[in-house]
Design a binder for this molecule. Structure first.
Ligand code: SF4
Ligand code: SF4
Length: 521
């Protein structure tokens, strides 16, 4: 009988058929569910769920230090990624005398993005789209191959939180020591330790914000300007914002960002399948859980006992406070630290390691049924993601390799669209934007095709030997010129004739074209 059902004795008590029960018992019965024998109201125990507050206060997590393979991998990734982030702005890349020599630079005033040998102009923002597609597909592929390894090892939130937790452990002690200290009154020592911890966190957060702004200007110059308070005001504002966000997200919020704020666990839950490698508790081996003593007793009585001794080490080391033995969990960032913890326990008690391991649900079920296990990395989704990455990557590489050093855009005058001249000719005006992506000054010959015997005049340009306009554009610059095209050709009423504007580099002989229309009266 479900606890919500009204028992026969209760009904009897209410109707007087049985000796009356105390009022407190009736109240308890009413709470459990069914019809309230006092008020006659019905009560569904499910309502209790809705009566609970939706907000639950955070339980502070004190992750215990652990050593092992996955901890070492995490250290290595942490050092490499942070070193890249903090020091990359100081890397130099020689692009010639007319270009900045910072390897990675987002130059907003000049509207350029420099990445080593690649220089992206605003007109080439489609490369950014390609990069975003590549990033998304790589994330999907990582997820299909080995679950949330991005979250566990590479995500900035994970990396900085790991760093902040390490600082905390260094100053406040490991899990047990820190737990005890937090229960003590605020002594001078406790205040001093807390102050040192928050000061160190703030210094790391400040340097994180400082490194961010160095990607937007010449790093050595900006460092000097920041130190002498001569840097642009916005630099200080952004350093302040990033200091605050890093300190808050990595120092205070930690796992709450992964559990409540980040959309990726939800997306990943929709993307994953039972063939993806995930951190799994091998319940086929671990259950039923029993301490060493209890297991010995069970075995004596011919009862089974699993390998899990319920020591909770896997839970104590978890940075998000997850008990992975409960099954897949959105809070699990797949960092593998519980694997290290459990391996240490298994080694100590002489049992086979990897009771917790990167495994698949299919393998666990197969083992339970005595079938062989395997890992299928080649699946429809992994092939599909890899193919998209290969195609998008190849297209980007090809377009970058064959990218033209010049480009031209043309815009027809809006008003007036044409001018009728006193000699009967018709004139249209255009604005031409000529891009010189080389690091040298270039002279471009302008040719306009589409009209018979058209006169072409570039205002501010010079004329070449054949009378065609020649326009000079500085290194790594865009120049806007106004071009007037005049014809005495007989035009149909409302004529719209396609015109091709071609700029030809005098030095390299390379060219670029753009098309617009010549409009008649
Ligand atoms: S359950 Fe294990 S893998 Fe998941 S977050 Fe916790 S320690 Fe990392
Ligand atoms: S560390 Fe291993 S043995 Fe200990 S509770 Fe976790 S799974 Fe069980």
């Amino acid at each position: 009988m479900c606890p919500g059902d009204v028992s026969a004795p209760t009904v009897a008590a209410a109707t007087g058929a049985q000796p009356a029960r105390p009022l407190a018992d009736l109240v308890e019965d009413a709470k459990r569910g069914g019809t309230n024998q006092i008020t006659g109201e019905t009560h569904d125990p499910k309502d209790e769920f809705y009566d609970e507050p939706l907000y639950s206060a955070r339980t502070k997590i004190y992750p215990q230090y652990v050593t092992g393979t996955f901890r070492r991998v995490k250290w290595a990734v942490l050092v490499v990624t942070l070193a890249i982030y903090y020091f990359l702005p100081f890397a130099r890349w020689d692009r010639g005398p007319n270009a900045p020599n910072q390897a990675v630079l987002i130059d907003f005033p000049a509207r350029r993005f420099y990445f080593f040998f690649i220089e992206i102009w605003p007109q080439e923002v489609y490369y950014l789209t390609g990069l975003l597609i590549l990033a998304a597909m790589t994330l999907f592929l990582m997820n299909a191959v080995a679950g949330r390894i991005w979250c566990g090892y590479l995500c900035p939130q994970t990396v900085w939180t790991d760093l902040f937790i390490s600082v905390e452990r260094w100053i406040e002690g490991d899990r047990r020591e820190h737990l005890l200290r937090d229960q003590q009154p605020w002594t001078f020592e406790r205040v001093a330790r807390a102050t040192l911890k928050h000061f160190t966190w703030l210094m790391i957060a400040w340097w994180t914000g400082g490194a961010w702004v160095l990607y937007f200007a010449d790093a050595p110059t900006l460092v000097k300007d920041l130190a002498t308070f001569q840097a642009p005001f916005l630099s200080y504002v952004f350093i302040g914002i990033l200091t605050f966000t890093t300190y808050t997200l990595a120092g205070w919020m930690r796992e709450q960002v992964c559990v409540y704020m980040c959309p990726w666990p939800r997306i990943q839950a929709a993307l994953t399948d039972e063939y993806a490698l995930n951190v799994c508790y091998r319940y086929d081996r671990g259950e039923p859980r029993a301490s060493l003593k209890k297991a010995a007793v069970l075995h004596e009585h011919g009862q089974p006992a699993g390998d899990c001794i319920d020591c909770l080490q896997c839970v104590h080391v978890c940075p998000t406070g997850v008990d992975i033995r409960g099954g897949p969990n959105l809070g699990c960032i797949q960092c593998g630290l519980c694997i290290d913890a459990c391996d240490a326990v298994m080694t100590k008690i002489g049992r086979t390691t990897r009771l917790i391991a990167y495994d698949t649900e299919v393998n666990i079920r197969n083992r339970q049924q005595g079938k062989s296990t395997s890992y299928q990395i080649v699946r429809t989704r992994t092939v599909l993601y890899a193919a998209i990455i290969a195609v998008v990557g190849a297209v980007m590489a090809y377009t970058l390799a064959t990218r033209r050093a010049e480009a031209v855009n043309v815009i027809h005058d809006r008003n007036p669209q044409f001018v009728r001249l006193s000699d009967g000719g018709v004139r249209n005006g255009f604005s031409l934007h000529i891009l010189n992506k080389t690091l040298e000054t270039q002279k471009f010959v302008l040719k306009v095709a589409g009209l018979v015997n058209a006169d072409v005049e570039a205002i501010g340009g010079e004329n070449g030997p054949g009378g065609e306009p020649v326009i000079e554009v500085g290194p790594d610059q865009t120049r806007e010129v106004r071009v007037l095209v005049t014809t005495h050709q007989r035009l149909e009423p409302g004529a719209s004739i396609p015109l091709t504007f071609t700029v030809i580099s005098k030095k390299a002989g390379t060219s670029a074209s753009a098309v617009d229309h010549f409009l008649g009266p």
